[in-house]
Design a protein around this ligand. Structure first.
Ligand code: NAP
Ligand code: MN
Length: 264
């Protein structure tokens, strides 16, 4: 089994990364930064987002595990004190794996039938570059509403505790194959109407956004933000791919929610 270790880049995470690498090599595991079977991410949830995007082309072959050097994370749920335990568990393959759903984003452009495809672990957001965002929202081929406001957020279940939560979205257990659409400050009055509640879409239901008055948008995929010009439409659905986490002990999702947001 081959492994890689990624770090947030601060002194504490780097020191732990070197320790982890030495320990795992002592257990005769090979270090392979390009084609690892397991990636240990050391830092925070943001660090695991980076690791996911680095290895997103081999999701069927790579499993992830996260260690937090700051506060408890949703993806980074091992403490630095536990790494000896983690190393022993890792060396004792095969390990159990849990899969979480991902969000597929396809952006099509006005000219030439060009399209871009992205995978998000947390969410994708769409904002206008200038002025109010106006979008026709279509769900599974049916016009649903015309959204006017700051932006829209489509999140995965494991991303529901991140940006989505700040928008008043529900926290969704990652065993649901679903994506959530949440509004950012919609304009609602006698002329403009949106549903106002976050929507949960099951697998194979597609959310399509069609620009009404503009063609340039700031689209985020997790921590990555890009300006897209001449956009014709954006399509969101549950991806066929999943992220795999190596599971070595019980740490139920609702306990992570409790320990992160209520009290540790
Ligand atoms: P960041 O600005 O450092 O992250 C914002 C915070 O979100 C950090 O505390 C991060 O934890 C936490 N976080 C990331 N994924 C999470 C998850 N699945 N559940 C709960 N908390 C989570 O930027 P970043 O670390 O690169 O993370 C990018 C993410 O920031 C985006 O995907 C988006 O979800 C989030 N974000 C949130 C808001 C908002 O809440 N208003 C606005 C913009 C972006 P760590 O400290 O452990 O990294
Ligand atoms: Mn961060």
């Amino acid at each position: 089994m081959k492994f890689a270790v990624t770090s947030k880049g601060d002194a504490k995470s780097n020191a732990l990364m070197h320790k982890m690498r030495t320990y795992l090599q002592d257990f005769n595991l090979g270090y392979d930064e390009d084609q690892p079977d397991i990636v240990v991410s050391i830092g925070g949830d943001g660090t695991l987002l980076y690791a996911f995007h680095r290895y997103k082309n081999r999701l069927d072959k790579t499993a992830f595990v996260g260690v937090h050097t700051g506060h408890l994370g949703f993806y980074a749920d091992w403490t630095p004190e536990e790494i000896e335990k983690l190393v022993i568990a890792l060396a004792k393959t095969p390990f159990q794996v849990v899969e979480y759903p991902l969000l597929e984003v396809i952006v099509r452009y006005q000219h030439g039938g060009r399209e871009s495809r992205f995978l998000a672990l947390n969410e994708s957001t769409v904002k206008s570059v200038e002025g109010t965002l106006v979008m026709d929202v279509e769900i599974s081929g049916q016009h649903f509403e015309t959204f006017r406001g700051d932006g829209l957020c489509l999140s995965t279940p494991s991303g529901s505790t991140a940006y989505n939560k700040a928008l008043g979205g529900a926290i969704i257990h990652p065993s649901f194959d679903a994506i959530q659409l949440a509004e950012m400050a919609s304009i609602n009055n006698r002329v403009f109407r949106t549903v106002g509640s976050p929507l949960l879409l099951p697998a194979h239901h597609t959310c399509m956004l069609r620009p009404v008055n503009n063609v340039n948008f700031q689209i985020t995929i997790d921590h990555l933000s890009l300006l897209h010009e001449d956009v014709k439409l954006m399509q969101f659905r549950v991806a066929d791919e999943k992220i795999r986490f190596a599971r070595f002990r019980r740490f139920p999702f609702w306990k992570r929610v409790h320990d992160s947001f209520i009290a540790e």
